[in-house]
Each structure stands twice: as C-alpha cells, then as structure tokens.
Ligand binder design. Structure first.
Ligand SMILES: [Zn+2]
Length: 457
C-alpha cells in the first residue's frame, strides 16, 4: 500500500462526496423525476452490459433493440447464475473469478485490483461465496450511500472527533469493513473491534456512535444495564438481522437512544430509517428495486412480496440487472412525514428463507414468521438464541442469563405458540448452550430453516 493507494482512496472518497450531494437532492424529488433518473441509469447500465458482457449480450438478444429499455421484459438473474457465469458477465475480460478469489484470500486486505477495481466477497447463505467487483462509479455510489446514512442520522462528516465503533465481522473483504476503512479518510474516527473483550474495549474507546448487529446490540444493552459496560451513545445503528420491537425497547432502555435500523446488501441496495423511525427508506436512486411474488409478478404497494429484484444503477463492471434477493418486504404506499420521497418498507421482514414452514393440523402448511420468536427475544432470562428447523421439529439453542434455567419453560412457551398458530403436535426441543458459534461475518442467523423440508413445495 503506497502513496498511490492512499491517493486513489481519497479520490474515490471525493467522488463519493460529490455523488452524495446529488443523492441528497434526489431524496426529495417528486416520484416522476426519480423514475426518470432510474430509467436513464437503466439505459446506460443495460446498454453497457450488452456491449461488453458476452453473458448479457446473449441473454438480452432481441429484447433491448428498442428504446426505452423495458426492464420488466428482461430475464431474472439469481445469485448462483451470477457467480457461475461471472467471467462472462463482467464487462472487463481480464477479470477472472478464480483468480480474484485467490488474490482476495492471499492478500486478504483492502486493495485495488488491476489499478481500478474494489473487490468484495460475501459468505453467501447458500454456501457459495459471493464475489462483487466495483469500478469507480460503482464504488462512489457505495460511499455516497454511506454518507447519506450518516446524514440521515444527523452524523455530520464534518465532525472529525466523533468516535465511531463499527462492530463488524473479522474479514477485511467484508462489505462493512471496506466501507469503514474508506470513510476513515479524514472524516470519521472509525474503529473496528474484535467481538472478544468487546466490553473492555468499548469502555476504553468510549464511542459516541455504535453500529452492531441487533443480537449483539441487545447483549451489549444487558452489559450496560448491569453496569459492566459504561458508554454514553449519541446514536446507534443496527443492521442485517431481524430487530424486534422488544429488542428495540431493551436497547433504548440501556443506552437512551433509539437505534436506526439499516438495510444493506452487497448487491447494492441500501436503506435506513429516517428520524421518524417509521420504516426503512430504500435508496432507490442508487439501485432500482422490484417487489415481486412467487411467480415474479409485481405486487401492489402495501402487500408483501416473495422476493426483491435489484438492478444496480451505477456499477458498470459487474452489472447487476434484475438480481433476485430473497427478502420479504412490504413497501409502504404512504409518503413519509419527513418529506423524503424514497419508498419505505415497514420492516425488512427477514429473508424468505427465515420463514419456517411446519405441518398444520388441517393437513396444510403453517408459515411461521421470525417475529413469532420475539417471545424468546423478550424473555428476560434469554441472552441469545438460535432456532434450527430439523424436519418437522425445532431445536432451539439458548444461551441463558447467569443463574437462569429457562429451558423447560421456554419449551412449553414455544410449543404453545406454535399450537396457537395451527401447527400439528409441535415438536420443540430447547437446549442450553454456553455460547453460540458466530460465523466469520459475525452475523448470527437467528432462524435456520431445514434446507430439505424448506424446498418441498
Ligand atoms: Zn422519512
């Protein structure tokens, strides 16, 4: 990492700042203007893809001859397809999936590839490693979205003394680490902390802003309530996992701040609650989203879809066009009182895969939403838990609070709840654990569906 690296990083940040200013105006545009902007970007990205990506050229043959490009006519892409066809899909023929993954593993740090590109990997819940390459415009859009979320929370990038603790996963190629590393350029004092000895570290660091996964935030809330953790926060962000109203209450009780719920995926769609905390505003000026049902048809506003289709509006090197993401979302048709016109979702209700399907008394299937397990979150004796679906039953791993023995009580409680939902003879086993293993990303999956049972439908 020489001078060239730092100069490039700073240049990328400046470009991001410029784009952030444009995004700042776009948040309050009338919807028609936003749609016009999206269509212009779609034209640019799709035409670039058809010209330089053999994969898209073949896929879109005969579909994009006319203007304007009609996105709804283009085939949908899934993550596996994107990864399997990576070498043909990217618009720079020098980029090779295997080589990039190898280099990321070898160097394992924040770098530029071929002088230009940022590379990101994701653990991928499907077991296959996700690989994302960003060019300069693509990376600027990421930085701009990061700056926007600071602005929406009232965190001004002009306050150089702000102490930000971003408690993220260990892998430097993980998205959140990359962004944190990038905004540290003369703007925030961003620190990444290991999960171990977190409380000690936090006491020493005395952050006034913290971002963490909800399960971790609740754990820290307990530490704060017992007095072991002593931080005074001005703001907090939670992200990536489901945050129930009970979890929110406990965080507010401990830290005296209302956390902003954030949504961000490597595919390029970001979102954040505004000061009203009435749903997450999705940053549609950087990524276009379509909310669709099981058959890929658009769902009406206000109704939950089965998945989202995402089209990235800035990254030209790895064009993301109608990529499926298995998030269950209902888009709010009402405008937000804050005046931003970016669409809101009431709650990112969790991955579609987190909705468990159990046999019903009536012979059908009962869909058990992750929010049903709020009864575990709410329980004062539960520190952490994980619900594992095994065939037709559930095994629930629980880390109880010191001195508590909630196993049998919880077993009865969950059984009763499932019975109320119409589940036939609910099979629930609660097991006590000293701790739950966290994946390298640091993100604990609260609900893990049985991959076999889940696909039967
Ligand atoms: Zn708002």
């Amino acid at each position: 990492m020489g001078l060239g690296y730092h100069r490039r990083r700073l240049a990328g940040f400046v470009a991001g700042m410029r784009l952030a200013r444009r995004f700042g105006e776009a948040e309050r545009w009338p919807r028609e203007r936003l749609c016009r902007h999206q269509q212009e970007r779609v034209e640019t990205v799709v035409r670039h893809a058809v010209r330089y990506s053999p994969f898209y050229r073949e896929r879109f043959a005969g579909l994009v001859e006319d203007e304007p490009v009609s996105l709804g006519r283009l085939p949908v892409l899934d993550k596996v397809g994107m990864m399997e066809n990576f070498d043909d899909l990217v618009t720079d023929r020098r980029l090779r999936r295997e080589e990039l993954l190898k280099r990321v593993e070898e160097t394992g740090r924040d770098e530029y590839y071929l002088g230009n590109y940022r590379v990101m990997t994701t653990s991928g819940s499907s077991g296959r490693k996700g690989l994302f390459v960003y060019d300069e415009p693509g990376w600027s859009a990421i930085i701009a979205q990061f700056l926007r979320h600071c602005a929406m929370m009232g965190l001004s990038p002009r306050l150089p003394r702000r102490r930000v603790a971003a408690i993220v996963g260990g892998a430097p190629t993980h998205m959140s680490w990359q962004v944190a590393a990038n905004v540290s350029v003369g703007v925030h004092n961003v620190r990444t902390l290991p999960v171990k000895r977190l409380v000690e570290e936090l006491n020493r660091f005395r952050p006034d802003h913290m971002s963490a996964f909800p399960s971790l935030a609740v754990m820290l809330a307990d530490e704060q309530l017992t007095g072991r953790l002593r931080v005074s926060l001005k703001s907090m962000i939670t992200t990536s996992e489901l945050r129930t109203p009970e979890m929110t209450d406990r965080i507010v009780e401990a830290f005296g701040v209302r956390p902003f719920d954030m949504y961000a995926n490597t595919e390029g769609l970001w979102g954040l609650e505004c000061e009203r905390h009435e749903g997450i505003h999705l940053f549609e000026d950087a990524a276009l989203l379509e909310n669709v049902d099981e058959d890929g048809r658009p769902v009406p506003p206000g109704e939950p879809g089965a998945r989202l289709l995402i089209t990235g509006l800035y990254n030209m090197v790895q064009p993301v066009i109608r990529l499926e993401v298995s998030d269950v979302v209902a888009l709010d048709p009402e405008p937000c009182p804050c005046g931003r016109t970016l669409v809101r979702t009431r709650a990112i209700e969790g991955r579609r895969d987190d909705v468990l399907e159990l046999p019903g008394r009536d012979g059908g299937v009962v869909a058990v939403h992750p929010l049903q397990f709020a009864l575990l979150t709410r329980d004062r004796e539960v520190r952490e838990f994980q619900v594992l679906q095994e065939g037709e039953g559930l095994r629930i791993l629980v880390v109880p609070r010191a001195g508590a023995d909630p196993v049998e009580r919880l077993q009865a409680k969950v059984r009763q709840r499932l019975a109320e939902l119409g589940v036939e003879d609910p099979k629930v086993v609660v097991e006590r654990r000293a701790g739950l293993p966290r994946p390298q990303s640091g993100k604990l999956r609260m609900i893990v569906a049985d991959p076999v049972t889940h696909r039967v439908r």
